[in-house]
Design a protein around this ligand. Structure first.
Ligand SMILES: [Zn+2]
Length: 508
């Protein structure tokens, strides 16, 4: 056995330990959101902090640095070079943030999260403001520690979620997209003024939702031998190991048509996590190259598949079978219109496709102002309202209170700045991928006809999933679609779709 092989084996073993601790952290988090008894939360906080500290020690260990340097100095094949680059970047980020700052951030985050919860219960932003201010100071400090070749701390935060993306590239993309969305939204809202949610009375019991999400996941291709589907208040998907992908769907008794969208979204995340190349499992290559690319898989199945008419031709009878009564008189056309209704409002998670990215732009404007120090935290509620109304150019989106306004999202309470833009990046990548699929394989409607999802899934597996983190998100999208991140295919898709749904709308 050569020195190189010995060193490579040692590097792999050390990488495996880090990834196993990732899985432990994910599993503890999954449990916390699903089955943990309420009184056990403080214990869980301590357990997670301990595992994270152990993982941090593994990453900053000098021996790992030596191995990366020695191996990285030799000629390597594509996979090994990518492993060294990804693991090296992860180690570098761990080294740059000193341990006292890591601990201070964890404490500030937990205090801010608690305060956010109280502020929502009491409907009093003042309870959250001081904690958010303290957390923002630490987030800024951490961003400065992570800065690499840029002087803008927001770039460091973006880079964490969407490697390579900068404020200078993001802003014109977001603004340009929203300049295209605003008139489209106005035209559609004008053509369909009195149709907010025509089927808003629909609901189904929890058991029916559970059966429906299982059937949906089976049809879309989720592998239950390598994953689970449980329930939680907020749906999410976590990779708890190479063969353990856990997704949740909502507990609440609500609209089974809209619940299908949520389940399809999480299934999109899960299909990606189950689709990495077998040879990459147990390495840093079995992961998405960016949060936006992960989100793209979810939005593709949610918006381009589960909101599509052809999908409901097969799925509506299944929903009727499981839910019965309430859905008896509803046609495929009605279901399709219901799922694509346009009703601009103050809440992001309830937003239609034409409003969604305007919400992202609002958050981008506010979080950059907060980070830059241009917006004092105590002025956030008013600034939220003003920015929202101005971005939509519609008075009706003004929130009635802070619950519908600046207290609606948990991200800032977790110190997650630079995250919201990944939702838009996901929308754009998803539309680019679907357009490329159609250029290569013909209309998606034809590929999905008869309730078949295998052609689309296999195309995504080959072009995106199996690549994992072998390359950057930018390289993946270029190779899969022939173009860099762009808003044009997304705007095209929305224009075509809404022109068909609302033939009287003045869509150009
Ligand atoms: Zn998602």
């Amino acid at each position: 056995v050569s020195d190189f092989d010995r060193e490579w084996d040692e590097l792999r073993a050390r990488m495996r330990e880090v990834l196993d601790l990732d899985a432990v952290v994910a599993l503890l988090g999954w449990d916390e959101e699903t089955y943990l008894p309420p009184a056990a939360h403080p214990d869980r906080g301590r357990q997670v902090a301990l595992v994270e500290a152990l993982r941090h020690r593994l990453l900053v260990a000098p021996r790992l640095g030596e191995l990366l340097d020695e191996i990285g100095a030799r000629p390597l094949d594509e996979e090994r070079a990518a492993i060294v680059a990804r693991l090296g970047r992860r180690r570098e980020r761990a080294v740059r943030v000193p341990e006292p700052l890591v601990r201070a951030l964890a404490e500030a985050r937990s205090a801010a999260l608690d305060a956010w919860g109280y502020a929502r219960e009491e409907l009093d932003f003042g309870l959250f403001a001081p904690r958010l201010r303290a957390l923002l100071d630490l987030v800024r400090e951490r961003a400065h520690a992570l800065l690499d070749g840029s002087s803008d701390p927001y770039d460091a935060l973006l880079d964490e979620h969407e490697p390579g993306l900068t404020r200078a590239a993001l802003e014109p993309l977001l603004v340009g997209l929203c300049d295209g969305l605003r008139p489209l939204l106005a035209a559609v809202a004008e053509a369909a003024p009195a149709e907010p949610r025509p089927l808003a009375h629909l609901h189904a019991p929890v058991e029916a939702h559970a059966r429906l999400s299982r059937r949906l996941l089976e049809q879309l291709g989720f592998d239950f031998a390598r994953g689970r589907n449980d329930r939680s208040t907020h749906p999410f998907t976590l990779q708890c190991g190479p063969h353990d992908v856990r997704l949740t769907t909502r507990v609440s008794v609500d609209d089974p048509l809209l619940a299908t969208l949520t389940a399809a979204h999480e299934c999109g995340h899960a299909l990606y996590d189950q689709g990495f190349a077998p040879a990459h499992l147990g390495t840093v290559l079995a992961e998405a190259p960016s949060i936006g690319m992960h989100e793209a898989q979810a939005r593709l199945w949610e918006n381009h598949v589960a909101r599509r008419r052809v999908f409901w031709e097969r799925w509506l009878p299944v929903v009727r079978e499981e839910v019965g009564g309430a859905l008896a008189g509803i046609s495929v056309d009605e279901a399709h219109r219901h799922l694509n209704a346009v009703a601009p409002g103050p809440v992001r998670v309830q937003a239609d496709e034409l409003s969604y990215d305007l919400h992202v732009l609002v958050r981008y404007r506010l979080e950059t102002a907060l980070l830059d120090g241009d917006l004092p935290v105590e002025e956030l509620p008013g600034a939220w309202r003003e920015t929202l109304v101005a971005t939509f150019d519609r008075a009706e989106v003004a929130p009635r209170d802070d619950l519908e306004g600046c207290l609606q999202d948990v991200h800032w309470a977790l110190g997650e700045l630079g995250y919201f833009p990944t939702y838009t990046v996901g929308n754009l990548y998803a539309a680019q991928l679907v357009a490329a699929f159609e250029r290569a394989e013909g209309p998606l409607d034809a590929a999905l006809a008869g309730g078949r999802f295998d052609r689309l899934l296999e195309w995504l597996r080959e072009r995106v999933h199996r690549r994992g983190h072998l390359e950057s998100a930018e390289d993946t999208i270029r190779r899969a679609t022939g173009a860099a991140l762009s808003a044009a295919p997304y705007l095209d898709y929305l224009r075509r779709k809404y022109a068909e749904l609302y033939p009287t709308a003045a869509i150009r």
